[in-house]
Design a protein around this ligand. Structure first.
Ligand SMILES: [Zn+2]
Length: 131
């Protein structure tokens, strides 16, 4: 038996696979001869996804995809925002704390923080003549 304590982050890997698939389809639909320059992703804090892993896996998964490789992956973290059920106040919630700063009520409703969104994809044209 070989003991191995290396943690593999399946979460980020599968998320990045999904991102690559989505970007690939979007670029395919946009036309031929396009290359992805940059991708803007909005990532909710509550997803627990680590941006560095997304960048790492993106590079790994797009190695053999000329239209996608080398793109800049920009990740914007969306804070956790709650709306107080008692007074309606909207407030940003640091991890694990959800008491309303106005009235102290703890039954806030989540407004944002759980999203994972491909906001935009910047493409550039490459020569199609070589095909
Ligand atoms: Zn309140």
């Amino acid at each position: 038996m070989i003991s191995c304590g290396k943690k593999i982050s399946m979460h980020e890997l599968s998320v990045t696979q999904e991102i690559v698939k989505t970007v690939e389809q979007a670029v395919d639909n946009a036309g031929r001869g396009l290359r992805v320059k940059s991708i803007r992703i909005i990532l909710g804090r509550l997803t627990g996804v680590i941006p560095e892993y997304i960048r790492f896996y993106y590079e790994m998964l797009t190695e053999d995809k000329p239209g996608l490789a080398g793109a800049e992956v920009n990740i914007e973290i969306q804070p956790i925002v709650m709306r107080c059920g008692a007074c309606g106040n909207e407030y940003e919630s640091p991890d694990g704390v959800n008491e309303c700063p106005e009235c102290g009520d703890a039954k806030g409703n989540l407004i944002s923080g759980r999203e994972l969104l491909i906001d935009s994809i910047e493409v550039e044209e490459i020569g199609v003549s070589e095909q």
